[in-house]
Design a binder for this molecule. Sequence first.
Ligand SMILES: *Cc1c(COP(=O)(O)O)cnc(C)c1O
Length: 400
Amino acid sequence: MDANLALEARMTQVLTPNYSPQAIHIERGEGCYVYDAEGKRYLDMMGGIATAVLGHCHPAVQAALANQAEKLWHVSNLFLNEPQVELAERLTALCFADQVFFCNSGTEANEAALKLARRHAHDRGEPRFEILAFDGAFHGRTLFALSATGTPAYWEGFGPLVEGVMHVPFGDLAATRNALSERTAAIIVEPLQGESGVRPAPPGFLQGLRELADENGCLLIFDEVQTGIGRTGPLFAHQATGVEPDIMTLAKALGNGIPIGAMLTRASIGASLVPGTHASTFGGNPLAAACACAVLDTLIQGGILEKAQEGAGRLDRGLDAMAARLGSAGVVEVRGSGHLRAVELPRPAADVIRRCQEAGVLVISAGPSNVRLAPPLIISPPLIDEGLAVLEAAIAADLA
Ligand SMILES: *Cc1c(COP(=O)(O)O)cnc(C)c1O
């Protein structure tokens, strides 16, 4: 039997069936390529779901991992931890925030942000507990983050959800204003909705939310779990808009594949997390923090973030040209920026994604009819052309 199918057969025996992976057993990765158990090579245009910004097994991150692995992996947050402090110093130097809480995933970062919003109101003696979120938002799968997620199908059978979470249409400032009250603790929003189809906030929307939050006295949380760490162009997506949140959450690309999440805020708000209020056993452990430091250093000092503009321009032109050639029967719309894009098809995307895989290019969906591209930022223009050519052929074959 094919080595890929053999592993699939074992998997279905022992894993809960919540994932239904492609029967591709990826054994090894290097740069923009991954290799399956049969030795087939794939161009990775999805970066482990927007995670591998530096590609697979980047030597700088590998060296940081190996170096830290020889020294110390984990001590808990009961002791001082230099890699964690260094990472927080780097992150706070790069954005609006003064303080960081580390955890292990995106949902935990949002959980921390939403809990902090409630606790901060409590500490000010204000009866604010409501969270305002948006239709189509994805904030994670733990119960508070799931409650803020704006896709009802994900809630099914998990109720009762966390009380006091409301949703209004993404981009609708009037509906947002109507939903705010003296009970609102925070507004949570993705600067660009990733999972539901790579949908950028309409122009002026984030600025409008900032003004509404300030008028109301509630906090503004930007979920940059997917958009952060250079994915859309700037280091953090909101930096392209000039609008700053009170809290920002990160995960996916922060460790380039090593599990780590972060919640960043101003000191005046972070002050509410006094000892005993919130914690994570693994949060910011030396191994993960050392890797994330190497990711940031490589992106910024290593010049990769800057150089990625060239690839982003290539994606702009390539996707526009592809959409023009395929016409409206092939492509409804292309969206996104930097290295996070969607091609919306007039039909379900599953067949196109499968055709791309057969031709050796990995892409993913974002909602049923979108093909999402989230390649490593190190992808070269010729490889972008190669990936887009395969995608175009897959869409064309689907039309035929
Ligand atoms: C992926 C994602 C999450 C959840 O992150 P996990 O690490 O899977 O818990 C939250 N918010 C956004 C915007 C995401 O893209």
